[in-house]
Design a protein around this ligand. Structure first.
Ligand SMILES: Cc1cc2nc3c(=O)[nH]c(=O)nc-3n(C[C@H](O)[C@H](O)[C@H](O)COP(=O)(O)O)c2cc1C
Ligand code: SF4
Ligand code: SF4
Length: 379
């Protein structure tokens, strides 16, 4: 039921909702997942250290007080961990290795189990970076690309976990997408500034990849802000430790929101400066000087081409109607959260719910991005 409500599919994986638990080394293992994943759509366990180098580095981290998962037989440990998870939540394993071979074995285990492999290009602990693991991948693009390609050859659904504001986020995200990763998991951390919503928006406007937004989610309002910048899913780490009921609360709220408005990660309007390119679905007929012009230019479109594109989409759909609205058709109308008796009068007349209206706007946004002259993931 909820699978259809959100329609979130990546390769062989279907998420029942867009709420995930993020990996936390030394904390988030199968026992933790069984206790806290509850109704989550995804639990990312780990990070698991898969070779001697990473297990040695992890021991050094433990010696200075950090939590880590170490094992004498890391590949068997990984298999046992995946097997031990109960419930219907999709499982991902966040992994580290200084050599490719253990990662390939882990990819095989993950894909056989219908799970996701997540390459940790995020860890900033010096002991890991020194051996070329974690954050080191963000600075070694040829190796990152090569390993993504080789891991994808196993058929695994592959996520890459990065941290924003370390290197050029746009360039890195595009490289990860074009190398063939299925999911980009972004810790939108900005030192001293909480969640960097602009980083999520920047990445959304430069890729089409399935995007998980992460950092400092403690309630639904933060999650909603990340969704509104284009994340397909949000993940929570520390928030779960402080509030054991947070995941259930987020799942309940996002489910109610989706039922009510039909597009849980709908963007904000472009005029406010916070709307990503998907928000062109809510833009007016481009007849006045405003922010729409710089946005459509990024897609290589003239004002006329943009107008034609929206009208082509509307033809034969309910968005074609709306003589009494500002520009004569619902295709130019605002987001449902903006109160408007003119638009709502047309929706009433058509017997169209708010959720149906927003679902069509979502399709329109995809149509605009699909048919742009310059695709967002091209420079
Ligand atoms: C104790 C701890 C351990 C972590 N270990 C990992 C890890 O092994 N791999 C990884 O990709 N991220 C790791 N993270 C980062 C989290 O997955 C997440 O990106 C970060 O904590 C920000 O999200 P939050 O504000 O919801 O906690 C860890 C975070 C914490 C707090
Ligand atoms: S076209 Fe309308 S909705 Fe879009 S940016 Fe301009 S004023 Fe705002
Ligand atoms: S009729 Fe209302 S919803 Fe439509 S464009 Fe005008 S103000 Fe926006």
């Amino acid at each position: 039921m909820t699978d259809e409500l959100f329609n979130l599919r990546v390769g062989y994986v279907t998420f029942k909702n867009p709420i995930a638990i993020a990996s936390m080394a030394g904390i988030n293992d199968s026992a933790f997942a069984n206790e806290y994943a509850g109704s989550a759509g995804l639990v990312v366990m780990g990070g698991y250290n898969l070779d001697d180098d990473t297990n040695r580095a992890a021991s050094q981290l433990i010696a200075r007080g950090r939590g880590e998962f170490i094992s004498q037989d890391p590949i068997k440990f990984l298999q046992d961990e995946i097997d031990a998870v109960k419930g219907d939540c999709v499982v991902a394993v966040n992994v580290r290795s200084a050599t490719l071979d253990p990662l390939l074995k882990a990819a095989e285990i993950a894909s056989n189990a219908g799970s996701i492999l997540e390459l940790d290009a995020h860890c900033r602990q010096e002991e890991m970076i020194r051996i070329g693991v974690g954050e080191a991948f963000m600075r070694d693009i040829p190796r990152l690309v090569d390993w993504i390609k080789k891991l994808k050859e196993t058929g695994v659904v592959l996520s890459v976990k990065i941290r924003a504001n370390v290197v050029d986020d746009v360039q890195l995200s595009r490289i990860i997408e074009s190398a063939g990763a299925d999911i980009l998991h972004v810790d939108a951390m900005k030192e001293g500034a909480g969640t960097d919503l602009n980083a999520i928006m920047r990445i959304r406007d430069s890729t089409r990849i399935f995007l998980i937004g992460n950092n400092s989610v403690t309630d639904f309002s933060v999650a909603k802000d990340i969704f509104a910048r284009g994340a397909d899913m949000i993940s929570v780490g520390r928030g779960v430790l402080n509030n054991a009921d947070l995941i259930n609360d987020l799942v309940n709220k996002v489910t109610a929101y989706q039922q009510q408005i039909g597009w849980y990660n709908s963007p904000k309007h472009i005029c406010g400066g916070e709307g990503d390119l998907r928000a062109l679905a809510f833009c007016c007929l481009p007849v006045k000087p405003c922010a729409v012009h710089s946005k459509i230019k990024k897609l290589g479109l003239s004002a006329q081409e943009f107008a034609n594109m929206k009208m082509n989409f509307a033809r034969g759909t309910m968005l074609e109607y709306g003589d009494s609205t500002c520009f004569g058709s619902l295709v130019w109308c605002c987001k449902i959260s903006k109160p408007c008796y003119l638009r709502d009068g047309v929706l009433d007349m058509l017997g169209m719910s708010s959720a149906e209206y927003m679902r069509l706007k979502k399709e329109l946004a995809t149509y605009i991005l699909d048919n742009a002259k310059i695709h967002v993931n091209e420079s």
